[in-house]
Design a protein around this ligand. Sequence first.
Ligand code: PLP
Length: 169
Amino acid sequence: MKKIPVAAVDLSGNEENYVMNALRSSWISSSGEYVNRFENGFSSLCGVRSAIGVCNGTIALHLAMLALDVRPKDEILVPSLTYIATANAVRYVGAEPVFVDVDPDTWCMDPEKIELSITPRTRGIIPVHLYGHPADMDPINHIAAIHGLWVVEDAAEAHFAKYKGKPVG
Ligand SMILES: Cc1ncc(COP(=O)(O)O)c(C=O)c1O
């Protein structure tokens, strides 16, 4: 049976040269040419003012929870189908991930199921753009605005995927 890979790694560009350049410059941590180039290039491709490079997607989500002052007893809505890091980031700050069912066609959080899960302890929503497919952000943002919730998009699987013409995240 023919299999479709979840991801196909392509390192056929300048990746090896860049790694060697960084090693030879001894800037392999904290700063150096490549962090700035990555942050500037990434933010410009996403059409946003700035980007901060961190070492992986899990750390990015954890930092977002800390920046939003998420605390124990807070409830955060996450899709029931995602990579474990989405829910783990919520647990790292002691809060409760509350699982919202996904749309059977897109496999992303089903906006129609969100309000069923909102309680007085709900603080925010983390929709995930799963397997490169954008979640339906307009109704999600609308529900969040009505209930005074923040939205953090987990775009770890969907860099440069577009929702209504704009890059996700
Ligand atoms: C949806 C989603 N969120 C978060 C992560 C975490 O990213 P990382 O493995 O870089 O920590 C992943 C990784 O596969 C992911 O698929």
